[in-house]
Design a protein around this ligand. Structure first.
Ligand code: F6P
Length: 360
């Protein structure tokens, strides 16, 4: 088993459910530490029920995470300092064969599911478990980790409210989520944001300024704006802090600052401040929902292995844990739509999205 990509609250709950149930079913467990790194380096570590006892409430992953260890684009630095990537997938297949691994259970997001299903071509059998705070994985109604991120981001929006109203400021809060706006949408709605800016809808800064002016004309001089890190102005590009080598996603950041700068001349009488929540959304203990979901998914993954399934991902569909083809989660993401009931509800209570929905 491995925990691929960035960490998400609930990984340890999955490992607890998976290893404990697997042991009861007579399945021996080995961990590939730091995502695919262990399998690439040929080093696996035994994991038994005693080692995962009591870890469900802990954040992070007891077997480590890595979003560098992509077997198909493994980073290597040339002597001249340039970073290149190479295909080391054959090393994974060698380790799997040498260690007599029957099934790789990969806990991860779309990137991990893509590389894991590709490894089937080299004879590597696998079961996936959908993880990410971004909640953007197709083929499941929800990923574990998302609720914990929303919980923290909502608490942050609540706190920003009091300081914003005390100072009559426009406060912009940038949240994670990559190219999907789920965290911003749910934390914004729960936290009573006045403007929510999502990657799915390119924004018009003038519409946001108009919303701030409207509130001011009603005697309310502060406004809360929640913006996704992946948000773009109309015709613009993603705000990126760091480009990455081929096969790795760029590091997003700066969307909040960019919006703040665009608003400055449009609302000159308002002070603007930007808060970037960053990795605190991923850290800390999982909320009860993610612990329970994680344990359920871990148990289901062990049972899928025992049943001889391969090339599947466990998934939550209409409240029940099922298995779906892993390929259903690859190459497509689940995004917010204009018709989403949460978007409609937010609009109905006066939230501005910086977009003219009638003209989209
Ligand atoms: O995919 C999870 C996520 O936290 C995104 O929301 C964010 O863009 C990215 O990972 C950050 O990655 P890193 O931890 O490598 O900075």
């Amino acid at each position: 088993m491995l925990t691929g990509g960035g960490d998400a609250p609930g990984l340890n709950a999955v490992l607890f459910g998976l290893v404990t149930r697997a042991e009861a079913l007579g399945i021996e467990c080995l961990a590939s530490e730091d995502g695919y790194e262990g399998l690439i380096k040929g080093c696996l570590v035994p994991l038994d029920a005693a080692k995962v006892r009591g870890i469900s409430s802990q954040g992070g992953s007891v077997i480590g995470c890595s979003n560098r260890a992509n077997p198909y684009a493994y980073p290597r630095r040339n002597p001249d300092g340039t970073l290149v990537t190479e295909d080391v997938s054959a090393r994974v297949a060698e380790t799997v064969k040498r260690e007599n691994v029957d099934v790789v259970v990969a806990l991860g997001g779309d990137g991990t599911m893509a590389m894991t299903s590709r490894l089937a071509l080299l004879g590597v059998r696998s079961v996936g478990v959908p993880k990410t705070i971004d909640n953007d994985l197709a083929a499941t109604d929800v990923t574990f980790g998302f609720q914990s991120a929303v919980d923290f981001a909502t608490m942050a929006v609540d706190r920003i409210h009091t300081t914003a109203s005390a100072h009559d400021r426009v406060m912009i809060i940038e949240v994670m989520g990559r190219y999907a706006g789920w965290i911003a949408l749910e934390a914004g709605l729960a936290g009573g944001a006045h403007v929510i800016v999502l990657p799915e809808f390119e924004y018009d800064a003038q519409r946001i300024a108009d919303a701030i002016h409207r509130r001011a004309s009603q005697g309310v001089n502060y406004s809360i704006i929640v913006i996704s890190e992946g948000a773009k102005p109309i015709g613009g590009t993603h705000a990126i802090t760091k480009d990455m080598p081929a096969g790795h996603l760029p590091k997003l950041g700066g969307a909040g600052d960019r919006l703040g700068k665009a608003l400055e001349p449009l609302v000159p009488d308002h002070e603007i401040r930007v808060t970037v929540l960053g990795h605190v959304q991923r850290g800390g203990s999982p909320v009860p929902f993610d612990r329970v979901l994680g344990i359920r998914m871990g148990v289901a993954a062990a049972e899928a292995v025992a049943a001889g399934l391969e090339g599947v991902m466990v998934s939550l569909k209409a409240g029940r844990i099922v298995t779906v083809p892993m390929s259903d989660a690859v190459g497509r993401t689940r995004n917010v739509t204009a018709e989403d009931e949460r978007v409609l509800a937010a609009r109905a209570v006066g939230v501005e999205f910086g977009v003219d929905f009638d003209r989209r």
